[in-house]
Design a protein around this ligand. Sequence first.
Ligand SMILES: [Zn+2]
Length: 248
Amino acid sequence: MKLFIQFDKPLDYFLTEAKNGRQFEYTLNRKATVKDIIECFGVPHTEVGHIVFNRKEIDFSFIPSSPGLLNVKCIEPPFNVLSPTFLRPFPLKRAKFLADVNVIKLGRLLIIMGFDVSYSSSLSDHEIADISETEARIILTRDTELLKRKKIIFAKRIKANYPYEQLVETIHFFGLEKQISFFSRCTKCNSKLVGVSKEKVIHLLEPKTKKFFDIFFQCPQCNNVFWKGSHFDNIKKKISSIGISIKN
Ligand SMILES: [Zn+2]
């Protein structure tokens, strides 16, 4: 059975050059879902925003039984994960992330921006898929194959090479600009920081920190103490220079 397939231009990234930006013919000799057909060309289902078969919107479980034209459309940013769509009828309650081992620095930057991000360097693909389901987390990764797992519904294949570029890529893709709450989470364990008086933590501070800073935050989980020192200013400057505005 012959299918004609056309992928949206932004999905070219995943396709072989021969299939880039044009409609091509595909002979389907097996009973296959649209998810399987799309992914056999290298495009993970998590990157797909709409699928149209012979002008009718379909979902990933659709099995073509007659010849026709399959249009595979990308997710148009900003991707609002809190809103139901035809392909993803059960949205997330809030945007939480899991950063794969290949984007751990991106994960840390997102925590500095106040987002709930878990990461570990020792999780298997199977465990990542399980966590994405049980904890309702968006997977951030540079591993395309990982994103073909059925349990992973919300994800982003990170394309930029450097952590600050990846941060811009992630914030723009999910439209997170207004949710930034700079320096509100513990960079060690992802818990929300709380304000703490200088007297309470003075015994934990280095002499210079004691002298120059008066406002402190502490992690209720791991007790780490934070203050808005030069590290804070440097990150803030760098983030402003790449076009992300921070109010607080
Ligand atoms: Zn902590």
